[in-house]
Write a protein of this length. Structure first.
Length: 136
């Protein structure tokens, strides 16, 4: 099999200076690792459509997707992930765990060092911290 690039969309949900991350459940690859909520782009979807669909499937919410915050390419054993992370400006509904087994609201300054954060997500956490320093 050739080299695969998976396009993945993720959302940054903010509450009281914290950002939501999710723990991957035991049946998932990279089980026990933490990530921003989101998922794989399907054929024919825009990035925003993908993120709205994934957040509804994974968290049970209807999200309003804002601007692109950061992108990162990361090589894994199966291939490469191109991670595009968008601001989620608002959402309707109560956040519910459907595919993850835990969630945390983590202060932006602590995200990058959060134990178990997926390697592709670490540079995103760093970029969020840098942006928050500039805007404060």
């Amino acid at each position: 099999m050739g080299f695969v690039t998976k396009k993945v969309m993720a959302g940054v949900l903010r509450q009281d200076g914290c950002v939501l991350i999710m723990r991957r459940a035991p049946f998932m690859s990279w089980a026990g690792s933490w990530e921003f909520p989101g998922g794989k782009l399907e054929q024919g979807e825009s990035h925003e459509e993908c993120l709205r669909r994934e957040l509804e499937e994974e968290l049970g919410i209807r999200a309003t997707v804002g601007e692109l915050l950061a992108e990162n390419r990361h090589g894994y054993d199966f291939g490469e992930v191109l991670l595009s992370v968008y601001e989620v400006t608002s959402w309707d509904g109560e956040i519910t765990l459907t595919v993850h087994d835990d969630m945390r609201w983590v202060p932006i300054h602590a995200l990058e060092e959060f134990p178990g954060l997926l390697p592709a997500d670490v540079p995103i956490a760093r970029a969020l911290k840098e942006k928050s320093k500039k805007s404060s």
